[in-house]
Ligand binder design. Sequence first.
Ligand SMILES: Cc1cc2nc3c(=O)[nH]c(=O)nc-3n(C[C@H](O)[C@H](O)[C@H](O)COP(=O)(O)OP(=O)(O)OC[C@H]3O[C@@H](n4cnc5c(N)ncnc54)[C@H](O)[C@@H]3O)c2cc1C
Length: 583
Amino acid sequence: MPIEIKVPSLGESVTTATVGKWLKQPGDAVKADEPIVELETDKVSVEVPAPADGRLESHAVAEGDEVDVGAVLATLEKGAAGNTASAKPAAAKSAAKSDAKPAEAPKQAPKAAAPAADAPTQTDYDVIVIGAGPGGYVGAIRAAQLGFKVACVEKRATLGGTCLNVGCIPSKALLQSSENFHAAGHDFAAHGVVIDSVKLDLAKMQARKADIVGANVKGVEYLFKKNGITWLKGHGKVEGTGRITVDGKPVTAKHIIVASGSDSANLPGIEIDEKVIVTSTGALELSSVPKRLVVIGGGVIGLELGSVWSRLGADVTVVEFLDRLVPGTDNEVATQFQKLLVKQGFKMKLGHKVTKAEKTKSGVVLTVEPSAGGQAETLEADVVLVAVGRTAASKNMGLEEAGIELDKRGRIVVDAHYATNVPGIYAIGDVIAGPMLAHKAEEEGVALAELLAGQAGHVNYDAIPGVIYTWPEVASVGFTEEQLKEKGTEYKIGKFPFMANGRARALGMTDGFVKVLACKKTDRVLGVHIIGPCAGELIAEATMAIEFGASAEDIGRVCHAHPTLSEAVKEAALGADGRSLNI
Ligand SMILES: Cc1cc2nc3c(=O)[nH]c(=O)nc-3n(C[C@H](O)[C@H](O)[C@H](O)COP(=O)(O)OP(=O)(O)OC[C@H]3O[C@@H](n4cnc5c(N)ncnc54)[C@H](O)[C@@H]3O)c2cc1C
């Protein structure tokens, strides 16, 4: 009986995809995990793998067709012999194909790019990096450590990119401050700490955030000096192999790395002014707490910044196109997460889309419709946060003129070793496919520098953790239960609630659980999903386990200090074998 191969979940807010190239034809033999078809969306580009060894029986859709998540793509006769003559080798394309599921690690040896005819013979630098975000600045440091003469071009007044200036660091500073404010007003009394009136000094909170950002970006400047990296201040443009300009001035290098990152995406017809209709950048800078905040997009950034302002007193409504939050996250975790946010006062308008935003004297009136069509309604807000994802920053930097291939969503196409189709030009971080995460960009920067030095630089895309820094935190690594089902992998589950963890009880933070997914046959850890206190710290152990190919039993046999939250990870791992001790 043939099995169906379906469109997998494709990440945040993505419900449909376009069928790209068929990599396997009916009758072809396929191996488990071998890519059979390419899917393109406006957010991700994925290769759908075969769930098992067998023969591809039929295509259910054609190249160019629009398909919904969950739609049948093809059928496969499990275990049947097939035609190997026409089977093409698995494409060794992008190192980071998808943010929807763990991707293939690079497999091929570094390629020595043939120099272009007009490449300079003498160069100013060995390596020039365009962009000083976590991908670019970390890659530059690693290249300098390896003995290259390195320059980094950055047009922003400070180093550190989105992450340090307007992303990870300022958002986490405000999350911490707002959490303290909320705890002082709501949670301290339960500990016997009575505060008569808790007051907000938002200007001070914002100043603290600015100090933290300032210290971090200055830290990168120091690291550049320490490692002998030249900061070329200005706008970098690629001219061709070995050649760029910085504010029009030519500079040459043997290797050029584009690490230009990403910018906030917008919705058509919505005009961002960063005052009342804001992106994440404006949402980090508000000088007063909005009475009503509408967040468009139930993804990570919208929920984190929504949490900041909700804790400080805003009435927050989230409008999300899909009927769930944080798509791509394990369903069970996402459901629990939604319940806890609602308990905190979040209003959810799931399965809805914003079709219009009109500014009024007092704020904004949004027109909202059910995603599937239906009666429109209006929502009033003092501030609207547009948090519908991010797009690759690949415009106005000479990439197309230099002949560098971009995909439909403007991301630079690279091979398994971050090389573009133009010799000597590479790309890493948010500007290429894959999860838009600072640590993914950093790992790619390090791997590429090592590859350029002839070493075996490598990123394991199966072990990239993701964290949502809300309360409680949500953290995951590896496959979700839904992905394992789609792959047809037999798995077992170990789960442990924080309610049964002594340290969580002492902290008064008992919401959530740890869920360990392990292979039914081998016990190897395939995925770990945590919702609860300090989930973002706890996930490091799980990431290490996956990186080292550990079994659930391995985690269960490691001595964990008592009382710690990490005991919940151990207990969940023991639970995969039905032998949790404290529940
Ligand atoms: C609000 C928010 C919160 C986030 N929180 C997290 C988090 O908690 N954890 C996490 O992992 N990720 C988080 N991210 C995502 C993270 O910031 C990005 O994934 C990361 O910064 C990408 O790094 P990068 O080096 O690829 O690019 P970027 O950090 O975007 O840096 C690119 C740099 O290149 C410069 N540049 C671009 N073009 C040129 C040019 N032509 N010439 C010169 N310079 C140029 C830009 O000015 C920029 O400084 C967050 C993002 C946002 C917006």
